[in-house]
Each structure stands twice: as structure tokens, then as C-alpha cells.
Design a protein around this ligand. Sequence first.
Ligand SMILES: Nc1ncnc2c1ncn2[C@@H]1O[C@H](COP(=O)(O)OP(=O)(O)OP(=O)(O)O)[C@@H](O)[C@H]1O
Length: 311
Amino acid sequence: MTAVIDFQGVTKRHGPLTRLDALDLTVNQGEVLALLGHNGAGKTTTMHLILGLISPSAGRVTVLGGAPDGVHAATLRRRLGYLPENVSFYDQLSGREVLDYLARLKRGNRRQVDELLERVGLGDAAQRRVKTYSKGMRQRLGLAQALLGEPQLLLLDEPTTGLDPAATRDFYDTVKALRERGCTVLLSSHVLPGVEPYIDRALILGGGRRLALGSLDTLRHEARLPLTIRARGRLVGQDWRHGWEDPRIEARPLNGHELTLSVPAEAKLAVLRRLADSPGVEDIDLQPPTLEHLYTHFSARHAAGERGDAP
Ligand SMILES: Nc1ncnc2c1ncn2[C@@H]1O[C@H](COP(=O)(O)OP(=O)(O)OP(=O)(O)O)[C@@H](O)[C@H]1O
């Protein structure tokens, strides 16, 4: 596998403040990595280091085989696409004029402009001034400019902020198509619902430090969070709160028709057996911890450690 991004012990300090602390990270070609963290966690700092806008105080950053702040920076930047967190454009220009202008600056192919506007769903609005665009349309234009020149690496900072659920889904579908072409994508986000099917791994940052890194399965394994089991049916007549072998199991019956259980992974089969053997149970749903649960878990553990009240 080819490493597109490689961080070896990367630290970025600013006076007394450590914005990023000894980060090790390798991202391979065609991978989609979600960069997650609270405000100030170090997500934008990581992206700025990849773009070569800032240099590390210690450690080594390699992007597409070179140092992004070194002599190859200009060539390298043409192979990167970047959607900043607060993207803004010349409001008096139309979407097409904005993109045409940026294509010239990036020395990209201007014939790409119309195709990109179509790809992000702005074909019909291409002639309208940007000042008449909604937040979602501006974000799409931002994505189109990041895609100028067929970049091999895309950095998308909070790309779905302000987008409605349909626009968010469209956006992620575009990311999926790019990934299928072999493009590597890094997207930072606070907004997690909906992102899971589109990412290969997540990096959770806290206070500039790496709190967790891995696929959803790896993070679930590491966090060992309970899973949720839901049963539906005619559930009256049994004391569901008690009688479980494992004391960690929490059962919450609701109006005689629904039962929600919080179950440690090791007790899953025993719970499923009891439910399946209960005549009133008509349906069972199994929900492993979501990325949002995992994010909350790792961030809370970090916050507790910082306060000194970690278990
Ligand atoms: N130009 C700068 N000068 C000094 N400190 C900075 C600068 N930019 C960011 N920081 C600090 O570095 C730390 C990491 O910030 P960063 O912007 O990377 O976080 P983030 O995870 O992107 O947060 P957000 O979600 O708020 O965008 C924060 O403590 C922030 O205050």
C-alpha cells in the first residue's frame, strides 16, 4: 500500500501551547479518514501541516512522498484539494465565474469547470451570483473548487456544517465516488451522524493528542462499550429487570411492548437466547455502539484524565 500521508512524532507548538502532540499517523491511498475532535482538538492544525501552511516544531510530515513545506511545496499543492472550514467567495460573481477564476489560479483545466458544477449539483445555478446561494450551495461550490485539477488528496474541514440531511448524503456520495477513483480523503467533523458508511477509519483527537485511531470495528473492540438490544412483542408477565446472569445488563421495559437492554459484548448470546426462548418476543434488534458513542467515550475518557478523575 502507498502511504499518501505520513506523520512521525509530529508536534506543533505555539509559544507555551501545544497544538499537536507527537502524532503518528499513516494514511494510505484511497482511504477515507475521519478526523474527529472537540473544538481546539487539533484537526485544523493537522490539515494545515499536511498543506504545508505551517511547519512542525518536531517530527516529520511527508505528503505524497515529499515534505509539504519544502522545495516541492508548489508542485505538491497542485495534487491537493482543500475545502476550508469557513469557505467564502466573491459574492458578486456567478458560481461559474468563481470556479473559472480559481481554475486559472490553480492552472487547472478550465473545461473542467462546467463538469464540476454538474458533479456537485450546481449545473442549474452556475449563472447565478454566489450572493444568492444558500449555505448548502456555497458548500457545494467549495467542494467543486477543491476538486479542480483532479487532486489525489482531498482535505475537507467540517464539510457538512450547515447542510441539511439530503445535502449531507449527496455530499458523502461524492466522497464515495472520489474514493472509488483512488482519491484519498481526510474529512474533519463534529457532525457524525451519517458519516459511518463512508469512512475507512477514524482518528479521534483531544487536546492535540491521538486518543484513538482505527476502523469502526477496531474502535468498538478497544472501547468495549455495551451494545443495545431491543425486543418488541407482548412483553407483559415477565420481570425483565431481573434474572439476568450478568449484573452489568440493564433492562428498561417500556409499556409492555418494548424492551431496551444495555448488554456487554460477552453477554450478548445469553441475552439473545433468553429473548428468543420467551414466547411473547416477536422481534429483536441489535445495535452495536455508533461512531458517535465511540467518539463520546474516548473524548470523555480523555477529559476525565485531564481532570485527574479517570477510573
Ligand atoms: N494560529 C494560531 N495561533 C495560536 N494558536 C492556535 C492557532 N490556531 C489554532 N491554535 C490553537 O491550537 C489548538 C488546536 O486548534 P485547531 O484549530 O487545530 O483545533 P480544531 O480541532 O480544528 O478546532 P475547531 O473544531 O474549533 O476548528 C487550539 O488550542 C487553538 O486555540
